[in-house]
Design a protein around this ligand. Structure first.
Ligand SMILES: Nc1ncnc2c1ncn2[C@@H]1O[C@H](COP(=O)(O)OP(=O)(O)OP(=O)(O)O)[C@@H](O)[C@H]1O
Length: 655
């Protein structure tokens, strides 16, 4: 297409657009090729439908060859049960490698006995769950379970919240929901779908799921990436938590108002004249400018115009006063009422070059001049409404003990001292939402917004991070998944209500997932006491799988690293090809890396283990993980629930 000659610039442009569209379509088809057809449903009347990652039609007569899993026609594949067969006789799962069918498994739903054509065997879910982990999440589109499918396909367009214990498929639901939104809600699809995750490691883990569902246009980002701020520095937890509070948003907004014509009267020099504006006049201009344009800098021009209006009004008023004064003085000196002799119209004509009323006409010209370019007005705007830089606003708050005390009166002096930073200190992770907040105050709402936003591990977000995410979703159409029992030390909310009520009040739909598809029953039982301690109200999850009991190895303190290395070696020999992870306190990462075990196992700091999974997991020194940072028991809970098959904990013998 690009080789074809273009007659004109317009034609060349159209050609580019068409080529881009085709390239996108190729990408979609290639992405969906893996496991293209995974299901088939046969109705009792003998007709059948094939279900795949995308829909395909015959070229000539546009007959459906393959139905997109998100289409309404595909619903029975996910919803039919032997109790409610929805007129289906059979549900078939197919597994493909490239274009070769490697396994077929049927479920008969209408109670008939299998024929030679039916292949009734191990369930495809069991097969999917016992497959080896690869370090990347796969789509679960072929085996989406009814409780998951109901959320994925929900017609609800507002805020959908999904909670559930570890491994209940929250991430699966979130990503398939993103794909469903793109398919079923064209408006949201047009405005774009954003998936927010806690860190780069997690985004990498889930990065293949949507492309494999034929969706390449979803934006995956961390908060840091959304704000476009790069930083490697993190604050201590106490500081980060404080910076996560929405009080900081109020503080920044309060600080901004100092730069927006703060209360009081003001004198503007116009040429040789001093024009005095009252406090009310300045405030009226300020309020109107704030209302007219979101963002301090965009409102600056509006304020300038309103200020010029106020100045010309004041000049008119002053001139009127002056003329009256002259009349009064003249009357006093001559003992005559001048108005009676000359009339107002005549008096105006005396001072005017044109025939119009003198002060009004001149004032129009003056107004135009002032608006155009005037040093006095410029100076006034510079004082009353200076142009700002978002980072400077944050610095003005955090580098100034006085500003902190004034703007954050609810904090203790000690808390405020945790927030205080030097002017040249690098920005930290917890500063990112503050910078984003400041950017929205100073420059207005973000340019890039989305029609639907999906947030995974949403329990991790601070109030300030919620603000930056909600800001990017004007329609408030969101899918939020998380588990507060897994919340890290910086998270500021304890439940969904607390997290969401500032943004949507009570208007969110809460769903619970109850079945764990990752963690075995044995592992879940081993963490039950821990769960009761960290989240007493949470109902325990039920698991579909059972397996080996978790093991504990105890070592003397100086044998810890050796024990970890030995365990990893033993596991990788006993279970070649399985994905192993070792989860340790963050401070242990470099020590473990130095052991050269990276080819046996992925080394994961406990703070970054959320959402990940492995076939086998070795948890190094649980006591250390649970005391490394505040809420460390929740980190430990996360670490202990990452394995699909086996879990070994290496603990240190008490002295
Ligand atoms: N319907 C399903 N079919 C096949 N596999 C599934 C299904 N649902 C979940 N899984 C698998 O179970 C594992 C856990 O799912 P997922 O990561 O979505 O759980 P989660 O609730 O997000 O867990 P966590 O709270 O630990 O982040 C994954 O390997 C996922 O592929």
């Amino acid at each position: 297409m690009l080789k074809a000659p273009a007659e004109s610039a317009g034609e060349a442009y159209e050609r580019e657009i068409a080529a881009e569209r085709l390239a996108k379509e190729i990408g979609r088809l290639e992405g969906a090729e893996k496991g293209l057809v995974f299901g088939r449903i046969d109705w009792t009347d003998g007709t059948a439908l094939r279900i795949g990652r995308i829909g395909l039609h015959t070229e000539e007569d546009d007959l459906p060859l393959l139905v997109d899993w998100r289409a309404n026609a595909a619903r029975p594949f996910y919803e039919a049960t032997p109790v409610h067969p929805m007129d289906l006789r059979r549900r078939r799962h197919l597994r493909l490698e490239e274009r070769t069918v490697i396994s077929v498994s049927d479920e008969l739903l209408d109670g008939t006995t299998p024929t030679d054509e039916d292949v009734v065997g191990d369930g495809p879910l069991t097969e999917a769950l016992s497959a080896r982990r690869t370090g990347r999440m796969h789509a679960a589109v072929a085996t989406l379970q009814a409780e998951q499918d109901e959320i994925v396909r929900s017609a609800h367009r507002g805020v959908t919240v999904v909670q559930g214990g570890p491994g209940t498929g929250k991430t699966v639901v979130a990503l398939h929901r993103a794909a469903y939104v793109l398919y079923a809600f064209p408006r949201a699809a047009e405005e774009g779908v954003l998936v927010v995750g806690p860190n780069a490691r997690f985004l990498d883990y889930i990065s293949q799921v949507l492309p494999s569902l034929g969706e390449n246009d979803v934006v995956l980002a961390t908060c840091r990436e959304l704000a476009g701020v790069s930083t490697d520095t993190v604050d201590p937890f106490d500081t980060a938590r404080l910076k996560g509070s929405s009080d900081l948003a109020d503080a920044l907004a309060g600080l901004l108002r100092v730069h927006q014509a703060p209360a009081g009267d003001f004198t503007v020099r116009v040429g040789q004249e001093l024009v005095h504006l009252s406090g009310e006049e300045v405030a009226a201009a300020r309020d109107a400018a704030v209302a007219a344009a979101p963002g301090h800098n965009p409102a600056r021009q509006v304020f300038r115009e309103l200020l010029v209006d106020a100045v010309t009004d004041a000049m008119q008023r002053d001139m009127g006063d002056l003329l009256e004064q002259i009349d009064a003085d003249a009357a006093r000196m001559t003992g005559m009422d001048l108005d009676r002799f000359t009339g107002a119209a005549q008096r105006r004509a005396e001072g005017a070059a044109d025939s119009g009323p003198v002060h009004e006409l001149d004032l129009d010209a003056i107004r135009a001049d002032l608006l155009d370019d005037d040093a006095g007005v410029d100076r006034a705007v510079e004082v009353l409404w200076p142009r700002l830089v978002p980072g400077d606003l944050v610095k003005a708050l955090l580098t100034n003990a006085g500003a902190l005390a004034e703007r954050l009166p609810r904090l203790t002096a000690q808390e405020r001292s945790l927030l205080l930073r030097g002017p040249d200190d690098p920005w930290t992770d917890a500063d990112v939402p503050l910078l984003d907040e400041a950017a929205s105050l100073v420059d207005g709402p973000p340019e890039r917004t989305y029609g639907h936003v999906v947030v995974d591990e949403a329990q991790e977000l601070t109030a300030m991070q919620w603000r930056m995410i909600v800001r990017r979703c004007p329609a408030r159409a969101m899918t939020l998944v998380g588990d507060f029992a897994q919340a890290g030390p910086v998270a500021t909310a304890r439940d969904w209500k607390e997290a969401l009520s500032p943004h949507v009040g009570p208007r969110f739909k809460l769903h619970n997932l109850t079945v764990s598809y990752r963690t075995t029953q044995e592992i879940l039982e081993s963490v039950r006491d821990l769960l009761t301690r960290i989240a007493p109200d949470q109902k325990p999850t039920r698991s579909l799988r059972s397996g080996e009991s978790p093991r504990t190895v105890t070592t003397p303190p100086d044998g810890l690293v050796t024990a970890v290395v030995q365990e990893l070696r033993a596991q990788s020999t006993a279970h070649p090809g399985e994905l192993l992870g070792v989860i340790c306190a963050d401070t242990r990462v470099s020590e473990l890396t130095a052991q050269g075990i990276a080819h046996h196992a992925r080394i994961v700091p406990a703070s970054e283990a959320r959402g990940l999974e492995f076939d086998g997991v070795v948890v190094m020194n649980p006591e250390e993980i649970s005391t490394a940072r505040p809420g460390g028991e929740r980190d430990l809970y996360v670490a202990l629930t990452r394995a699909t098959k086996r879990l070994c904990t290496i603990t240190v013998q008490p002295a």
